[in-house]
Design a protein around this ligand. Sequence first.
Ligand code: PEP
Ligand code: MG
Length: 745
Amino acid sequence: MSVFSSLTRIVQTAVEAESPAVQVNCIVDGIQQEMAVDVCSLYLRSERDELVLVASHGLDVRAVGKARLPAGRGLVGEVGASLHPVNVVEPAAHPAFELIPGSGEEQYHSFCAVPLVRRGAMIGVLAVQRLAPRAFSAEEEGFLVTLAAQLALVVANWDDWHLAADFSARTVTGLAGAPGIGVGAARLCEVPDLFSVSEQACASIDDELQSWRALLARVQAEVAAERDALDLGLSHEIAGIFNAYHMLLSDPVLTEGVAEGIRAGKSLPSALRATVQHFADLFLAMDDPYLRARHEDIRHLGNRLYASLLQSTDTKPLQTDGPVVLVGAHVSVSDIAAIPAEKLAGVVCFHGSLLSHTAVLASALGIPAVMAVGELKDVAEGETMLVDGHTGKVVLHPDALLCDEYERLRTDELAFNHQLAELRDAPAITRDGVRVELFANSGLTADIMPGLINGAEGLGLYRTEIPFMVRETFPSEDEQCALYSEVIAAYTDKPVYMRVLDVGSDKPLPYFPISEENPALGWRGIRFCLDNSPLLLTQIRAMLRAGVGHGNLNIILPMVSSFSELRDFHVLVTEAMAQLESEGVQTQRPRMGIMVEVPAAISQLPKWRELIDFVSIGSNDLSQYVLAVDRNNPRVAGRYDHLHPAVIAEIERIVSIAGQLQLPVSLCGELSSDPHAVILMVALGMRRLSMSAARLPLVKWLLRAMDTREAKRVYDEALGAADADAVRAITTTYLTRLEYPGVVH
Ligand code: PEP
Ligand code: MG
């Protein structure tokens, strides 16, 4: 047995399997073959802490899904509990042995099982058996151990397997794409698949080019009509999505790419497939999750063009007058637009990410959505489905009782959302009268308005790198100025905190690749900006010009770790102001501050005081650097926790130093909208929180429900906690007492 190639084969097949059920069967079949054993079985840990037999090659298939071993029971249970392999001949003689009735196990005389462990937690057990009473060799046991370690790591969505173990429940879990509860009849969205089109030559290049132009014009008109069909109201976010489609449809990479393919002799469908694939792959290769998610939109658009080409966009009539849940491999923006919003109860996608336009649009329209549930083959058009967009769960074939329960939850939620909307203009003030300012974070023009709609009192963090990242070259000064002017004008009577380009590490520019061994500690943020001072100067000039006449511009510097960075930045601001003055533009010196996210900044604040007007705590990076855990590395994701007592203690230190220096301080990382953290932040004295617009209403609710004296008691207790989980347990008790209505993780 060539260990390496066998391992690769089995792991690869598992990764490529289309659904959890196929995946588990591939694994047991693959291992049985590679190890030439009589039985290979996979047990997974269920939510009830039992080890459930989810697949077996060799044991009676009727035991699959039924055989369940409570933790610690039987040899398999012992492996799961002890996290040690068990390798024995005549297993029935072992004191821990427990026969699984109906499995046919009694005929096997040797047994070896190893635990599957992911991020430190046991998630299952892999077992092999032989008819002959012949012990498994050390090499065989080692193979199984190595394989178990690999399988636990490579399987992206282990939770699906986890749930697949619970065959009695008809619940599937995906990603919570847009919050809310929905009950409705399934509406299957099927589109022709452009990506299965094979290479074909065209008969006439001229005719094909003409068809392409006609197709583009037709789909452009259809997209515009869909946009109008949705009640846009104030939502720039929705308009932004449709504008993005419009831009993609006029992007020369697409329009010219297809035309070139046709000129090279390809048929329109094959030229379209090749170009869309190329375009989508460009985005897929990007590290930034937002940009990577754009590849889904491009593929949607490709299928959309193809459907229109085949004239197959006519939709079948709805089978119901009631609410519907759109279900499909990829539910597109057009599918959503085709159903009147008041009839849409939910969206369920087999694939797709949280950042896809489908999820963003569903969120903007207030429709619950669950993404990446895996393929659902057993859903029929018209059957009732329950969608929980808070937890990412979808219930198939629910009984009447469950439907009633979901319906009740949905009605309660609507009533609560109504109550939240009424809070829009109410101040965020605690029961004992402490006022907290709530600001919005943004990076796209599309999410400027939601902040204002949700009552943001300012724009606490405008991430300028996002518009830089969605382009193919550095934007010019005029382009930047136009963009910043729009942002500053939207918040005209409120403060705007614009951060200079924070690229590098997890935020690469597609047209300026940086390859580094250790990017999180490398050329990013202010380091990159100062080393490319012409770029920075252009950006400062654009910001200053955009700020003229408004007086609300504040500039933030990311990743500052030394005094010289601040000094050099000031020199550039002075230079930019002088240049603009000589060009006849009178600017005002903006207020300038820093993100406190590199721990070195904390103790240095007193020395930097004269050069900064405020600080904003970037808890995302601060946590990563305090804990020395890469915030984007899935292997250590479980160790990245912004509620770690060490992070909270550092934030307290920053707030205390800032207080002594009379330096305004705010918080703009994810911590600002985590309900557990909100309690602690207010208790330690934070009075300004900046977060994504969608989170504002619930945070405001929480602030208005809490009392800082109670929060301080919670804080004192939390400070003594051993770890983040213990902190969370303490804050959960308080949230429960307040009857906090959001989801508490
Ligand atoms: C942070 O680090 O907390 C932050 C707000 O900045 P970003 O997430 O953009 O790095
Ligand atoms: Mg940061």
